[in-house]
Write a protein that binds this ligand. Structure first.
Ligand code: GUN
Ligand code: ZN
Length: 444
């Protein structure tokens, strides 16, 4: 006999037992607004989080739950890296230059390789593997100027059901001719990529003028037009990173009030626009960012490595500007958001402020998600959000085992991990409920 009932695929429910830490809501004081379960239970159903709570008081409501036991380990939302360059994966740690020479001598020659889509595809795989082993589950990424390379990156991320925000770099002057697009082709290629990828699965498109010096006014105007046409796409570019760069922008755009005014003039400053660096901003620029609801990606390892300067986190937060932590690979020197947090702490120390570790963790999880308007999907472990999470082992080597031998608070745990930890601490990374990285089991 034929049945009328629809066959529903049995859903996959899994439990995870661990110490669990996250920020469930928007917080004015992340130092205290976190939730911590010393013996916690996270339940996922397919690609979503279904439940979070204390293990012992809640486990009985589940019959025969398949529980992955990570007791003593730390389960966190997957990290969000808000600014990085996928073609620069292979040029991390290139010696000796500040921004403008570094771009000319190292960056542009490497980015030229991405004209070859098969090469771009191979590097996209390396790039994603590096993200996952470092516990990063979402990122906002600059591709190269090439449309094919950008397709390759989105394709690679979709294979893992990863929430990726990315865009083709646009530049039509002040770069080698082999990397130049035009105002018209930048607009057309970006529009094609929006139509191919934006809102497909978990992909988001990001309109990406590299920075003001490499775009003509015509190109910024064309991209501003595109931004107006597609209000839900993100925007990313660089802002006020280096003194020579700022002087150059002033000479190229003498009629604009300041660096940010170049972007603002073309409609590129709004909520969902993420500006990399913003180290040397004028009061009027801070105010404009605040008024428009735009965000800043704070990239401490890059800012130190390229000798760019010390970001003023305290002023940004006084002005209520959303700040997100980011690696800026390959100006940044590590894929590790833990290390990035450690360097952010040191930058704040040099500015006379102490960055509380919980505050720092917030800037790479829930705070970043809120700035991006994605807190219903990522950045926290609330039921209904996407099951993107990581498991870290605080005792990942002899030294960390010694450091954590005695009682520690969640703050102490995150702080020491930010100073001592990196990918060696990652035990497993889950994206949309599936493992995308599992540390090899150490031989006994
Ligand atoms: N400004 C313009 N392009 C870049 C880049 O690739 N990296 C950094 N750090 N700054 C930039
Ligand atoms: Zn950058």
């Amino acid at each position: 006999m034929q049945s009328n009932t629809t066959q529903i695929k049995p859903s996959s429910i899994k439990g995870f037992r661990a110490q669990i830490l996250h920020f469930p809501v928007a917080s004015g004081s992340p130092k205290s607004d976190y939730v911590f379960f010393i013996d916690g239970l996270l339940v996922t159903r397919n690609d979503k989080i279904e439940f979070i709570g204390d293990y012992k008081t809640n486990i009985n409501q589940y019959d025969n739950l398949d529980v992955h036991d990570y007791s003593g380990k730390l389960l966190l939302p997957g990290f969000i890296d808000s600014h990085m360059h996928f073609p620069q994966t292979e040029m991390l740690a290139s010696f000796g230059e500040q921004l403008l020479d570094w771009l000319t001598d190292y960056t542009f020659p490497v980015e030229n390789k991405f004209a070859d889509t098969a090469y771009a595809s191979a590097i996209a795989d390396v790039f994603l593997r590096q993200l996952y082993r470092h516990g990063t589950t979402s990122a906002m990424v600059y591709s190269s100027v090439h449309k094919g390379a950008t397709d390759a990156l989105f394709q690679a991320a979709q294979q893992h059901n990863m929430l990726l925000m990315a865009g083709k770099v646009c530049m039509d002057r002040n770069c080698p001719p082999f990397l130049q697009d035009t105002a018209q082709s930048a607009q057309q290629d970006s529009a094609d990529l929006i139509n191919s990828w934006h809102g497909k699965g978990r992909s988001h498109y990001v309109i990406t003028p590299r920075f003001a010096p490499t775009s003509t006014e015509a190109q910024l105007a064309a991209l501003g037009e595109l931004a107006q046409q597609y209000p839900s796409v993100f925007i990313q570019t660089h802002l006020s990173e280096n003194h020579n760069e700022i002087a150059w922008v002033k000479s190229l755009y003498p009629e604009r009030k300041h660096y940010l005014d170049v972007y603002n003039h073309y409609g590129l400053v709004r909520k969902g626009a993420i500006f990399g660096h913003g180290i040397h901003l004028e009061p009027d620029e801070w105010q404009c960012l605040a008024e428009k609801g735009a965000s800043i990606a704070f990239c401490p390892t890059s800012n130190l490595f390229l000798g760019s300067g010390l970001f003023d986190l305290a002023t940004a937060e006084r002005q209520n500007i959303p700040v997100m932590l980011a690696t800026d690979v390959g100006g940044g020197t590590s894929f590790s958001m833990l290390r990035t947090l450690g360097e952010a702490y040191k930058v704040c120390q040099l500015r006379g402020n102490q960055l509380d570790p919980m505050h720092g963790l917030y800037l790479m999880t829930q705070g970043a998600a809120l700035g991006l308007g994605l807190e219903q999907q990522i950045g926290n472990l609330n039921p209904g959000t996407d099951a993107d999470f990581i498991i870290l082992d605080p005792l990942f080597d002899e030294l960390s085992a010694l450091r954590f031998k005695h009682h520690h608070t969640p703050q102490d745990l995150i702080f020491a991990l930010s100073m001592l930890g990196d990918d060696r601490a990652t035990v497993a990374t889950y994206i949309a409920g599936k493992p995308v990285y599992q540390a090899p089991v150490a031989p006994r």
